[in-house]
Design a protein around this ligand. Structure first.
Ligand code: 7TS
Length: 411
């Protein structure tokens, strides 16, 4: 059963889908990198810039009050998206997932961790949820440990309880691999972390745009995501964090808007969330990400996830028939993300990408900001096709035909 009933109505919400690439109708399979944007998001951005592009929190005039109200409403949309209870948690606007993980690295980890403390992560992380922890370890003397992976890039079953232990202070893990679409068992990981009093940071850059997220149910401490992968604009994302943690943390950036009082010899900080939002924020971006969240919630993220599972089934069985294709990752997982990484025998991934481009099909090639995972697979890169709510099984068929054609050409 399809998750999304009227796919043509959904497609008509996205102006870019009416366009062409290399003179062919566009098949956009690079959603892991960024999604296309619906008209409602474009209109929300346009509305702010055209009608009320004042700064927030500063004006005593109506236009600024309108901008401030829209910015505050944007945060509330994200509360709804993630089921945040305001007593327990808060949303901090950031530039995206990368800035959100860095916020935790600088404002919490660098100030808290000591020699011998352990940070647990995995070799399947995007560099944005990997390099910050490597750097924290280098600067604080903390030790980086890795949850072991199976040969096909899933988490090894016993590895969780064997790796997370009394010295673990933070577990930083993706909710969905941007290379394989693999979804790790987060509830087991959170349980193991809680047993040892460790915090959990979830990188939801890929997951949150395609699945419902409930931070209260998940019981994580931090959760990072990006607007541009969920139908929103670039340059905006958010960090969800437990309120008491944010209250106990030092600020990340210093300057205007994040202070309570500034004296010549010292300053004090504003309350959360302003304490973590120094300077004029990305007001239009916040309005845009909220419009994106509202758009997705209206459709229903459970439906989006089901639609992608249907595309996955279709893609998996079609790719399985191609004996010149190697797929990476635990592709048989039922509830996996709509991401397929693969290579064609003896063909460089960039050549596949370029030839698909000639046929109007957008995919990504390379190491996908996940070099440790490439090393785990013993490869340099892959071709990656990644789906979203507006993709169709007909597009998957077109893609498979294109692969057949180009493999014949390249042989
Ligand atoms: N974490 C994951 C799992 C990601 O997929 C990405 C971006 C990030 C973090 C970083 O997000 P940003 O918005 O701060 O850049 N992933 C990709 C990708 O797979 N191809 O291009 C960007």
């Amino acid at each position: 059963m399809t998750g999304i009933k009227d796919i043509s109505a959904i497609r008509s919400d996205f102006p870019a889908l009416a366009g062409t690439m290399r003179g062919k109708s566009l098949v956009y399979f690079d959603n892991g990198a960024t999604s296309l944007k619906p008209q409602s998001v474009v209109d929300a951005l346009n509305g702010y810039y055209r009608e009320y592009s004042a700064n927030i929190h500063r004006g005593v005039y109506e236009m600024s009050e309108r901008a401030t109200a829209a910015y505050d409403r944007a945060r509330e949309s994200l509360y709804r998206l993630l089921n945040v209870s305001e007593d327990q948690g808060e949303i901090i606007f950031t530039r995206g997932t990368t800035e959100a993980t860095n916020l935790v690295a600088y404002a919490w980890a660098m100030n808290t961790l000591k020699e011998g403390d352990e940070i647990v992560t995995t070799a399947m992380e995007h560099h944005s949820n990997f390099v910050p922890w490597q750097e924290v370890a280098r600067r604080t003397g903390a030790v980086l440990r890795f949850l072991p992976l199976t040969p096909d890039g899933a988490l090894a079953e016993k590895g969780i309880t064997e790796t997370i232990g009394p010295r673990t202070r933070l577990v930083a893990i993706t909710a969905m691999s941007n290379v394989t679409g693999y979804i790790p068992p987060l509830s087991d990981i959170v349980r193991a972390a809680r047993e040892h009093g460790a915090l959990v940071l979830v990188d939801a850059a890929q997951y949150a745009s395609h699945h419902p997220v409930d931070v209260q149910e998940l019981d994580c401490d931090f959760l990072a995501f990006s607007g541009h992968k969920m139908c929103g604009p670039t340059g905006i994302g958010a960090l969800y964090a437990r309120r008491e943690l944010l209250e106990s943390m030092e600020p990340f950036h210093f300057g205007g808007d994040m202070i309570r009082e500034v004296k010549l010899d010292h300053s004090t900080w504003a309350n959360v969330p302003e304490k973590f939002e120094a300077g004029t924020p990305n007001i239009a971006g916040a309005i845009g990400i909220a419009a994106a969240a509202d758009y997705l919630m209206e459709i229903g993220l459970d439906r989006v996830a089901r639609h992608e599972q249907e595309l996955n089934r279709h893609m998996r069985s079609a790719l399985a028939d191609l004996d010149f294709v190697t797929i990476y990752g635990p592709v048989e997982q039922v509830e996996r993300g709509g991401i397929f990484s693969f290579n064609l025998d003896g063909v460089h991934p960039h050549d596949v990408g370029s030839l698909l481009d000639q046929q109007g099909i957008a995919v990504r090639t390379g190491f996908h900001c996940a070099q440790p995972l490439m090393a785990h697979f013993g490869i340099e890169g892959t071709v990656r096709a990644s789906f979203y709510l507006y993709n169709t099984t007909a597009e998957v068929d077109q893609f498979i035909e294109a692969l057949h054609r180009l493999y014949r050409i390249l042989q």
